[in-house]
Design a protein around this ligand. Structure first.
Ligand code: G
Ligand code: G
Ligand code: MN
Ligand code: NA
Length: 254
């Protein structure tokens, strides 16, 4: 069987799960929220990376059903964390271009929030530049409808695509996630350092928050703290982990 065929069966066979990676507020050191990251536990191949199967699921359109499962699971889990006494935790979910183009997207998300009981402001959607820079008039309209139901929006992998910083002000987004490729050599590469500083400054001047992803060292964290980056995410704090591990972090036993 091909991976593509296996992918068609994966949802029905409960082969997907979500891991969660903490997002840490720089000035408090507190976990503000988590990013949900999809995992496929293939019966023969073991864990298949989303970098491999998400593009496949996009080509076949299956990403719509899978993406809905991701949204529902992430919202239900986060509502469970709220009910367990951690009421402020947010969850970020990656949304692919194909999902974003579905006319039902906004209604689907509103339904999932109503069904799981999660307040909209605790759901954050991570969109890449490729998603919001699609040559379509209705992109901004969709973003506005999403803002209207109360979710927050993050621009993921920022700096890797084709948007200029000034472009940001056209979009009703809340967070800019600086791509990990800029963070990697931030303490040694002057152009990565100045680019990161510029993104943080520009984000703040537009009223947005800046998040750095792929933070792995104290040196990188120090640089980001000095330049007032709002939040950080990366192996320095935690790899993406199961909801059970997040439970343990929340109750302080970790
Ligand atoms: O989780 P990993 O660490 O390997 O992620 C690899 C890529 O897969 C990233 O670009 C990430 O945004 C993407 N990805 C992870 N989970 C999801 C998901 O639920 N939906 C979509 N569309 N992409 C995801
Ligand atoms: O494209 P997106 O930003 O959604 O995907 C995040 C990807 O980055 C996931 O594959 C996640 O596992 C990975 N990741 C998260 N933190 C780190 C890190 O500190 N270092 C590296 N190399 N990858 C990371
Ligand atoms: Mn992401
Ligand atoms: Na990213």
């Amino acid at each position: 069987a091909t991976l593509e065929n296996d992918l068609r069966l994966a949802l029905g066979r409960s082969e997907f799960r979500l891991d969660y990676q903490p997002k840490i507020q720089v000035n408090t050191g507190r976990m503000r929220g988590v990013e949900a990251l999809l995992r496929w536990d293939h019966p023969e191949h073991g864990l298949v990376s989303p970098a491999r199967f998400v593009p496949l699921a996009e080509d076949t359109g299956q990403i719509v059903a899978i993406g809905e499962w991701v949204l529902r699971t992430a919202c239900a889990q986060t509502q469970a964390w709220h009910a367990a006494g951690y009421p402020d935790l947010t969850v970020s979910v990656n949304v692919s271009a194909c999902q974003f183009r579905q006319p039902e997207l906004v209604d689907t998300i509103a339904d999932i929030l109503a069904q799981t009981g999660l307040e909209a402001r605790y759901l954050d959607l991570e969109l890449t530049e490729g998603v919001i820079m699609q040559d379509r008039d209705d992109v901004i309209e969709t973003l506005r409808s999403l803002k209207k139901i109360g979710v927050t929006l993050s621009l993921d992998d920022f700096g890797t695509g084709y948007s200029s910083l000034s472009y940001l002000k056209r979009f009703p987004i809340d967070f800019v996630k600086i791509d990990q490729s800029f963070i990697h050599d931030i303490t040694t590469n002057p152009s990565d350092a100045s680019l990161t500083k510029a993104i943080i400054t520009m984000a703040h001047s537009l009223g947005l928050k800046a998040i750095a992803e792929g933070v792995e060292t104290d040196g990188q964290l120090g640089f980001l703290a000095k330049h007032r980056c709002d939040e950080v995410q990366g192996y320095l704090f935690s790899r993406p982990v199961s909801s059970t591990i997040i439970d343990a972090v929340l109750c302080g036993s970790f």
